[in-house]
Design a protein around this ligand. Structure first.
Ligand SMILES: *Cc1c(COP(=O)(O)O)cnc(C)c1O
Length: 357
């Protein structure tokens, strides 16, 4: 299916959605199935939304190959709300939690946790401006309430491969690489993702949590901020984000129809094309030199001169390509290659990169 929109969108988030998903979402905004009204008006406790929730949960577990030991939650507040819900729920005032600091988001998650207990950075690549992944800590304290990891560093473009085994509960922020590759999700006691990158629209987060974690609550919390209470109410403790969850369901169906294997293959090929173009050029420099640390989702690079930088931005503007300017803290360019980005789009961008000289 072709996009109805006029521009190619490489933004890091909110990110491009597949044309099939946009089409279905637009249809539902006009009229949702046989209800006679819009999905925007759909009751969150009615049978139609119950079906949407049920199917979304089923598909998350199917795509992650997880059994009924895990609970699937849709929560308000995007990625950042998880930064504080995690320590609120699991880190007591006299407890300790470990953080692997591989970038801006990882560091922010750590900062939020310091208000609740003894949060510790066990490894960091801040000193090298996050141009590589930190070395995995040689020793992880046995008593940690959890170890927090960010699987893909959205701003600087690094990504962990398969995660090492650890003996403490492992919690991962997968906001920018969930469902982008084959991955062993059963290693995690919990993982979460803001929806606006690979999974739908902003304001919503997916959280998947192993049942034993629900018994580890360390303090009384307002129910909205308690995982156990949210699980008990099946993600409809208050009025759910019906439309956001529906768009995520459309994304999940789209991912499931393509299959994770073929998505991974495409994502690898897209990333290889952009990195090869940068590596073989004399005018662009990759932000991440170490190939094994490079992200398949966010490719960051700089131009060797301000003129080259300006020229590529102009060329993109002239050719209706948006969203390749780097994050304000990294500068240069960032090309986000989430699941919805087609190879055809990447080829068009690469042609412009080659045209700058
Ligand atoms: C985008 C992003 C977030 C923040 O999500 P918000 O919904 O804006 O709070 C958190 N973590 C990672 C890894 C991200 O890429």
């Amino acid at each position: 299916m072709k996009h109805m929109q006029a521009k190619i969108n490489f933004n890091a988030g909110p990110a491009a959605l597949p044309p099939e998903v946009l089409h279905e979402a637009a249809k539902a905004v006009n009229k949702y199935k046989k209800t006679g009204f819009s999905i925007l008006e759909l009751p969150h406790r009615g049978p139609e939304f119950a079906e949407i929730l049920e199917e979304s949960k089923h598909l998350v577990k199917k795509l992650c190959k997880l059994d009924d030991n895990y609970e699937v939650l849709w929560l308000h507040g995007g990625g950042r709300q998880q930064f504080f819900m995690i320590p609120m729920n699991f880190l007591s005032q006299d407890g300790a939690a470990g953080y692997i600091d591989s970038g801006h988001w990882a560091e922010e998650a750590y900062q939020y946790a310091t208000s609740y207990g003894n949060a510790q950075v066990l490894a960091s690549s801040k000193k090298v401006n996050y141009t590589s992944l930190p070395e995995w800590p040689a020793k992880i304290p046995a008593k940690l309430a959890y170890l927090h990891l960010t699987t893909n560093n959205t701003i600087y473009g690094t990504q962990w491969g398969q995660t090492p085994d650890v003996k403490v509960p492992l919690i991962a922020d997968m906001s920018s690489d969930i469902f982008s590759r084959k991955h062993d999700y059963s290693k995690y006691s919990m993982f979460y993702a803001a929806a606006q990158k690979n999974l739908g629209i902003a304001g919503l987060a997916l959280a998947v949590i192993r049942k034993d974690m629900l018994k580890r609550s360390v303090r009384e919390l307002p129910p909205m901020l308690s995982y156990a209470a949210q699980v008990k109410e099946g993600s409809i403790l208050n009025t759910a984000n019906v439309f956001g969850i529906y768009v995520s369901l459309l994304m999940l169906r789209w991912i499931d129809a393509k299959g994770i294997d073929s998505i991974e293959k495409e994502n690898k090929a897209k990333a290889k094309l952009v990195y090869d173009t940068i590596d073989s050029s004399s005018i662009f420099t990759p932000y991440v030199k170490e190939k094994a640390h490079r992200s398949m989702m966010n490719v960051c690079f700089t131009a060797k001169t301000p003129e080259v930088e300006k020229r590529l931005l102009e060329l993109c503007e002239e050719n209706d390509i948006a969203g390749i300017k780097g994050h304000r803290s990294a500068g240069g360019f960032r090309v986000s290659l989430y699941n919805a980005i087609s190879m055809e789009w990447v080829e068009q961008l690469v042609a412009l990169m080659k045209a700058v000289s």
